[in-house]
Ligand binder design. Sequence first.
Ligand code: HXC
Ligand code: NAP
Length: 277
Amino acid sequence: MTSFDLAASARGKHVFIAGGSSGINLGIGEVFARCGAKVSICSRKADRVAAAVETLKAAGAEAWGGAADVRNYAEVEAVLKAAKEALGPIDVLISGAAGNFVAPALGMSSNAFRTVIEIDLIGTFNVARAGFEFLRKPGASFIAISAPQALHPYAYQAHVNAAKAGVDMLTKTLAVEWGPLGVRCNAIIPGPIADTEGMARLAPTEAERKLAREGTPLQRYGSKDEIGYAALFLASPLAEYITGAILPVDGGAVLPGPGRLGDAMKQAYEKAAPRNR
Ligand code: HXC
Ligand code: NAP
């Protein structure tokens, strides 16, 4: 292959996004919309869905949306069926609905823990399970939106850590089961993404945002577009041999762990002769 038009590869495809009414998920939809894809979405609140559909249309897409709570299998199935009726068989099925709040394990009730497991993990199962019937097969792909919490045990995130680790394992399992049926399954782990509800909840102060930026090797937040570009790639023919991958798109944020440069290490680095840096 000498050249490849990634944007054109999405033209005319039907992309369904669960949780697509805001944030990263809507940002993914806008990237596909700008490439000429058809985009359908669902989330709980009809007014937010309607506003997002207008945003997607303004970005160039034929767009459709319906209200559904991903915790409710019948609602998920009905909205996927309606999306297929509106825009045709689904080429790219994206599961991104999620809930989060900051609380220590001892500060969350069993119902609080269950709520996030139900939205993130069971919701992802419901979207994948119900969505399979409405996919264009072979050739469709499933993409789950995971989080760094799947890889590291963040304090005060017991519910999200457990849910997103489950999302990753579910995605890999579906890759094994659906590969022979011609459906690829991958997950994206966004790092800290600017202007999102998730980061507003996790890093509400400038001091916390600074910490998150500096803990990221590339020293900045990512953008919603950058997550959309990864989804565009995973859904494209360029990724036809990629399934079961968990792709961090995070400026390296999941890497540092205890190896992160502390102030003492930064000072040692500054003092080192340039040839040793
Ligand atoms: C302790 C809490 C709590 C808190 C809610 N609960 N907030 N417990 N601390 N701060 C408890 C409630 O008391 C209740 O338990 C249970 O959780 C369910 O709460 P409800 O309000 O009834 O749930 P619901 O209306 O379904 O709303 C779900 C929600 C809400 C998750 C609580 O915040 C929501 O709708 N979020 C969607 C948007 C969102 O979170 N976006 C960010 C995604 S970011 P009891 O026992 O009282 O009944 C993300 C990862 C980001 O996922 C990663 C960044 C790096
Ligand atoms: P967001 O804007 O709050 O997106 C969450 C979406 O899910 C909303 O559209 C919400 O709409 C919908 N939703 C919530 N509960 C639902 C339910 N039960 N059924 C159906 N839809 C539901 O948050 P975000 O920060 O952009 O996060 C988007 C995704 O990226 C999530 O999967 C999150 O875990 C992941 N992520 C985010 C970051 C970050 O930096 N923000 C980092 C890593 C991973 P309604 O309220 O209308 O239902």
